[in-house]
Ligand binder design. Sequence first.
Ligand code: NI
Length: 177
Amino acid sequence: MAKRTILSYPDPRLHTVAKPVQGVDARIKTLVADMLETMYDAAGIGLAATQVDVHERLVVIDTSEERNAPLVLINPEIVWASDEKVLNEEGCLSVPGIYDGVERSTSVRVTALDADGNPQTIEAEGLLAVCIQHELDHLLGKVFVEYLSPLKRNRIKSKLLKQQREDQKIDSREGRR
Ligand code: NI
């Protein structure tokens, strides 16, 4: 397993629309293992392949307290979402340090393949439902800040770009590129 680099907003690659996974082969199994390692290392509850610059429909999630219940969704589709919505504070590994309110359905039903390529149907509510909607948005090239006002989004963009420039300066001073 190997940790992968997480793209940071406003990297344009985050707006790529992912293509379906063609088969759950060795390459996909390695990707799943790498994404789980990357997500746990970053203390995230979900990670979409888009965020590690692989543009195929695959997400990993773990909303358990114990961090020992990985959920792998390959070619996921939301087949039903409740009309009832709830406003939650969201964050994202690609938008470090930023949290803001997004309205989502309280419950969803999702079909997907699991890590072995077997079909599964998941009924989710609460945090898991929110996380699934957030991660599936990534596969459509959508980052949660796009639900916020243009003013807020531009502020977030400037703040993160400034942070990224500072990080780059430190990197080049220390001789790592
Ligand atoms: Ni995210």
